[in-house]
Design a protein around this ligand. Structure first.
Ligand code: GDG
Length: 458
C-alpha cells in the first residue's frame, strides 16, 4: 500500500499533542497506512516568498509546511477563500466579494503549492486534499505530471448550482474539481447539488454506477458525513475536569435548566437568530424566565474581517438588550462568552445542559451537534434542537429539527425540549447516539480512504 499524502490549508502542529477531532483523525489515518506526508500552510506570513517547504518528521509522518507571502495571505486566504468561496458556499452571495486579483492569487497559490507537493510524491502514493482552499490543487498536481489517485473532501456545503454559478470563475473551478478522482461531500444534498451542477452546466453524464463523466474524465462523487470522536467526548464529559466544570456551572445556575450553544463567531452559524429565538421564548413564556438560562460560547474567528466585526457588534447589542430586559439582581438569562474553552470543559457543560441549541443558517456538517449527543448521560439525556440546514440533520433526524429563520418555531422548540418527558428524551437520544457512535470520525476516514483506493484515475 502506498503512503497517504494529506493536503489541507492548516495542518496539525508538528510535535504538539492534538486536542482531538479532525487533527487526531487525520494523523491516525497517516499512521494506519504506515506513514505519509501532511502538507499545508505553516501559518507563517512573510514579506517575500520562500522557496520550498520545511519538513518536520514525527514518527513515520512528515509534516511539509510552506509559508505565504503577505500578498498571498490577503488574496488567497482572506480574499478568495474567506471572502468569496466561504459566503457563496454558505448561500450568502450578498456577502461575497468577487475580486479578480484575489482569484488570480488563489490560483497562483494553488499552482505553487501544487508544484511543491508534487515534488514530495512517490509513484504508489494516494493523495487526499481537504476543503475549499484547494479546489484547484488536483489540477495543479496533474499539470506537474501526477497520474495517481487524488481524493478531495469538502468540509463546507456545496451549494445549489444557481448559487455556485454566482462565482465568476465557477467554470475554472469546475475544471479543477474534475481532476480529482473521488469527491467527498458531507451530505447527499451537497452531492446532488454538485452532480446537478456538472450535468446542467458542463453536459456531464451520470453513469449507471453513479460515476460522472465530464471534461473527458470519469469521477466519483459521494457523501461521506464527517463524524466526531464520540467515545472520547463521552469520556471527557465524565472525566475529572468535565465533571468539575459542570459542577461549577451547576452551582452558579442553581436549579435553572441549562440551554447551551457552542459556535465559532461566524455568520453561517445563525447566532443572531438563535439569540432572538431565545429572547422570544422568554417573551412568550413568563414562567420560563425563572427556570432557564442560556450559555452561548462563541470563540471569535476571522476578527480582521469587517463582516465578522459587524456580527460581533450586533450580537453584543442583542444579548445586552435581552439581558437588560430579563436579568434580575441574582440572575442573567444569557451568558454569552466570546472566547474558547478546553474540550474537557465543553464536554462537561454539554452533559449538564438540558438542551443543545445548534441552529446554523447553513453548515457543512456541524460537529457540535454530534459532540452534544455524545456527551449525554444515557439515563437522563438532554435534547438536541438542530437546524434543518446543518448537514448533521440528515443523520440526526430524531433531534428537534427547526428552521433557524423561524423565530417563533425555534422558541417553541426550546420550550418543548425543556419540557420533554424522560421517556421521549431517552427514545430520541438513543437513536441519535447510535448514529453518532457508529458513524464516528474513524468510520468517516476509513470509508473515504477505502473509496479512494478503489477510485483509480480513468
Ligand atoms: C467546518 C464546517 C464541519 C468550538 N468552540 C470551541 C471548540 N470548538 C470546536 C467544536 C467542534 C469544532 O470546533 C467546530 O466544528 P463545527 O463542525 O461545529 O464547525 P466549523 O468550525 O465551521 O467546521 C463544518 C467541520 O468543518 C468538519 O468537517 O462540520 O460544517 O463549517 O469540534 O467542539 N473547541 C474547543 N474550544 C472551543 O471553545 N476546544
Amino acid at each position: 500500500m502506498g503512503r497517504l499524502i494529506i493536503a489541507s490549508n492548516r495542518t496539525a502542529t508538528p510535535g504538539v499533542p492534538r486536542a482531538g477531532g479532525l487533527a487526531v483523525a487525520l494523523k491516525d489515518a497517516l499512521d494506519e497506512r504506515g506513514g505519509g506526508v501532511w502538507f499545508g500552510w505553516s501559518g507563517e506570513i512573510l514579506d517575500r516568498e520562500t522557496r520550498g517547504v520545511r519538513l518536520f518528521a514525527e514518527g513515520n509522518v512528515d509534516f511539509a509546511l510552506a509559508d505565504l507571502t503577505q500578498e498571498e495571505h490577503e488574496g488567497y486566504y482572506l480574499g478568495y477563500a474567506n471572502d468569496a468561496l466561504w459566503p457563496v458556499f454558505h448561500y450568502r452571495v450578498d456577502l461575497a466579494r468577487f475580486d479578480e486579483g484575489a482569484f488570480e492569487v488563489y490560483e497562483s497559490v494553488n499552482r505553487r503549492f501544487g508544484r511543491l507537493l508534487s515534488q514530495l510524491l512517490r509513484p504508489e502514493d494516494v493523495v487526499w486534499v481537504h476543503d475549499y482552499h484547494f479546489l484547484l490543487l488536483g489540477r495543479e498536481l496533474r499539470h506537474n505530471g501526477w497520474r495517481g489517485p487524488i481524493g478531495f473532501f469538502l468540509h463546507v456545503p456545496f451549494p445549489a448550482p444557481e448559487v455556485f454559478t454566482a462565482l465568476p470563475h465557477h467554470y475554472r473551478l469546475a475544471h479543477g474539481l474534475a481532476e480529482f478522482d473521488l469527491l467527498g461531500f458531507q451530505t447527499k444534498r451537497d452531492t446532488a447539488n454538485f452532480r446537478r451542477y456538472m450535468v446542467e452546466h458542463h453536459g456531464a453524464a451520470v453513469l449507471e454506477d453513479g460515476r460522472i463523466r465530464v471534461f473527458g474524465r470519469t469521477i466519483r462523487a459521494e457523501a461521506f458525513p464527517i463524524g466526531t470522536d464520540a467515545e472520547d467526548i463521552a469520556a471527557l464529559a465524565m472525566g475529572v475536569q468535565g465533571v468539575a466544570s459542570a459542577q461549577r456551572l451547576g452551582r452558579i445556575i442553581e436549579n435553572r435548566a441549562l440551554v447551551v450553544g457552542v459556535d465559532r463567531l461566524d455568520y453561517s452559524k445563525g447566532l443572531l437568530q438563535k439569540v432572538q429565538a431565545f429572547g422570544r421564548m422568554l417573551d412568550d413564556n413568563e414562567e420560563m424566565r425563572e427556570r432557564v438560562t442560556f450559555l452561548q460560547i462563541a470563540p471569535p474567528s476571522r476578527e480582521t474581517v469587517e463582516t465578522y466585526q459587524d456580527l460581533r457588534d450586533q450580537l453584543d447589542r442583542l444579548v445586552g438588550r435581552i439581558n437588560s430586559d430579563y436579568s434580575d439582581i441574582d440572575t442573567t438569562p444569557i451568558r454569552y462568552l466570546a472566547r474558547g474553552y478546553p474540550r474537557e470543559v465543553l464536554a462537561g457543560i454539554y452533559r449538564l445542559a438540558r438542551a443543545g441549541l445548534v441552529t446554523p443558517l447553513y453548515d457543512g456538517m456541524n460537529l457540535v451537534a454530534k459532540e452534544y449527543v455524545a456527551a449525554q448521560d444515557p439515563e437522563d439525556p438532554g435534547v438536541l434542537v438542530l437546524s434543518e440546514f446543518a448537514g448533521a440533520a440528515e443523520q440526526l433526524s430524531t433531534a428537534l429539527l427547526v428552521n433557524p429563520h423561524d423565530t417563533a418555531g425555534v422558541a417553541a422548540n426550546i420550550r418543548r425540549a425543556l419540557e420533554m418527558p424522560l421517556d421521549e428524551r431517552k427514545e430520541r437520544w438513543q437513536v441519535l447516539h447510535e448514529a453518532v457512535t457508529r458513524e464516528d470520525i474513524a468510520w468517516w476516514r476509513r470509508r473515504f480512504l477505502d473509496a479512494l483506493d478503489e477510485a483509480r484515475p480513468a
